[in-house]
Design a protein around this ligand. Structure first.
Ligand SMILES: NC(=O)c1ccc[n+]([C@@H]2O[C@H](COP(=O)([O-])OP(=O)(O)OC[C@H]3O[C@@H](n4cnc5c(N)ncnc54)[C@H](OP(=O)(O)O)[C@@H]3O)[C@@H](O)[C@H]2O)c1
Length: 445
């Protein structure tokens, strides 16, 4: 792969030269193995260790199909979906690959005894398949993770509704935690040129998700003046939701679990912050019983901070542990938007608070191409910033995933793939200089 890295770092390699670069027959990738899906059986979730299940080794270069692109990956990032894949919860992702493999001759490629994971990348287009006209070898890109077929009518108003909608690198093979990735060309977007490779790779999945969930009319349709409750405000999704709330003239009420995370939320410009560990909320008395008094105590704290107002939109993802409280603290007519259930997917809430107060629960999942493009455009314009706190080498992808699994991280954790070191890939130094303090907020620099 050295000749590909040399072509990328040379700076003057033409598109034609990129198209003529020899592609190796195999490349380095992070993957889980089908013959190991039972390896953690009987072990509690938190003790399942991604360092044991994520392997880094050579895999075969996939065939390039129509409408697809092969991308040299300079950097990627850890998403929670890689944690789920690596601990084989709630289900093994090999089931997704088997189903996808049954769809056509071409998709059979995805059904392999290994699953190359990762749903973010920043890199350079190496090859494009038949029918691709918008992208060329040599272009510097990031990729969003929405894979669609669009052969059914259902997805044509909103591509997230395509019956064949999949998350690349989670429900498909050949993901971004590798030196090469296979994507559909309509996943590609321009790399923000003031960012390093690892910074550019890191917003992708969570930025697009937060944009749809909070800003888009398909999600919370946030407006100026809204009070937005953001769980995990310095985490992957929350770090972007907080920025969107502030940019859009809303007031984020940021929930975090320690002082360091509170300081990060403050550094983004948030003023109303709740340290959930310090306050010691116990929304569940035991595994089966919630404590509405704790919802009320949480609501009182919110009113104390907002000057008596309730929450217009709750940005939900912790799930079972917090959902009852989230429904309770939403104002009459307000909205709970949910995209996940990290602490458990069997939610319980008191429906009286929902229907009597005309509250809405809106489900949200990733983002369509248009929403992803808008989210990336805001990063490219320096209006939304990456939240990268640290980066690991691809060999250490297991440790990087463990950090996220154990909530030891801030914002996003990057992974260097072909990029030999951090700090490479900046094409607009002047713009970078202008935004450097914001770009570095999560690094504690
Ligand atoms: N559907 C989609 O398209 C989509 C997209 C992205 C992510 N997700 C899912 O969303 C979830 C979060 O992803 P992420 O990237 O933001 O993860 P993350 O980086 O780990 O951040 C989540 C934050 O939530 C807070 N949190 C975790 N457990 C909590 C609990 N029990 N109660 C209250 N707060 C809790 C933590 O912050 P504090 O400790 O500071 O409170 C944590 O930092 C994951 O389950 C992921 O799979 C779904």
């Amino acid at each position: 792969m050295q000749h590909i890295l040399d072509a990328i770092t040379a700076g003057d390699t033409s598109s034609e030269d990129f198209a003529n670069l020899d592609l190796p027959e195999s490349y380095r990738a992070a993957f889980v193995r089908k013959d190991e899906v039972d390896m953690f059986e009987g072990i509690p979730s938190k003790e399942k260790d991604p360092r044991k299940s994520l392997h880094v080794d050579q895999v075969d270069m996939p065939e390039l199909g129509p409408g697809e692109a092969l991308v040299a990956v300079m950097a990627s990032a850890i998403n929670y979906n890689t944690v789920w894949t690596s601990i084989f919860e709630p289900v093994s992702t090999f089931g997704f690959l088997e189903r996808y493999g049954r769809q056509s001759e071409l998709t059979k490629r995805h059904d392999l005894p290994y699953h190359v994971v990762g749903s973010d990348l920043a890199g350079v287009v190496l090859r494009t398949g038949p029918g691709v006209t918008k992208w060329k070898p040599g272009q510097e890109v990031v990729a969003h993770c929405l894979s669609v077929e669009l052969e059914d009518p259902d997805g044509h108003d909103d591509t997230m509704l395509d019956p064949q909608q999949r998350i690349w690198g989670f429900e498909t093979n050949f993901g971004g935690l590798a030196d090469v990735a296979l994507v559909k060309a309509n996943q590609l977007m321009p790399k923000p040129d003031h960012l390093t490779w690892e910074e550019a790779a890191s917003p992708g999945l969570v930025n697009c998700t937060a944009y749809r969930q909070l800003v888009s009319k398909n999600g919370g349709a946030m407006k100026q003046g809204d009070n937005v409750l953001i769980w995990g405000a310095s985490g992957g999704l929350g770090g972007f939701a907080t920025q969107y709330a502030l940019n859009g003239g809303a007031t984020p009420v940021c929930v975090v679990s320690n002082d360091e995370k509170a300081a990060i939320a403050r550094s983004m410009g948030a003023e109303l912050i709740i340290n959930r560990s310090e306050e010691g909320y116990q929304f569940w008395k035991d595994e089966h019983t919630q404590d509405p008094r704790e919802w009320k105590r949480f609501g009182s704290r919110i009113r104390e901070l907002t000057g008596g107002e309730d929450i217009d939109i709750v940005f939900e993802h912790p799930g079972r542990e917090t959902f009852g409280a989230s429904v309770y603290v939403t104002r009459k007519g307000g909205t709970i938007t949910t995209c996940a259930s990290t602490s458990g997917y069997m939610h319980e809430y008191d429906n009286r608070y929902l229907w009597m107060n005309l509250k809405k629960i809106i489900s949200s999942h990733f983002a369509n191409y248009r929403e992803s493009w808008e989210a990336n455009r805001l990063v490219a314009k320096g209006k939304i910033h990456p939240t990268l706190s640290r980066s690991y080498a691809l060999e250490d992808v297991g440790q990087a995933s463990l950090d996220v699994h154990h909530n030891k991280h801030q914002g996003k954790v990057g992974v260097l793939c072909l990029a030999p070191e951090e700090g490479m890939g900046v094409r607009n130094a002047e713009m970078r200089e202008e935004h450097l303090p914001a770009i570095n907020r999560f690094r504690g620099v």
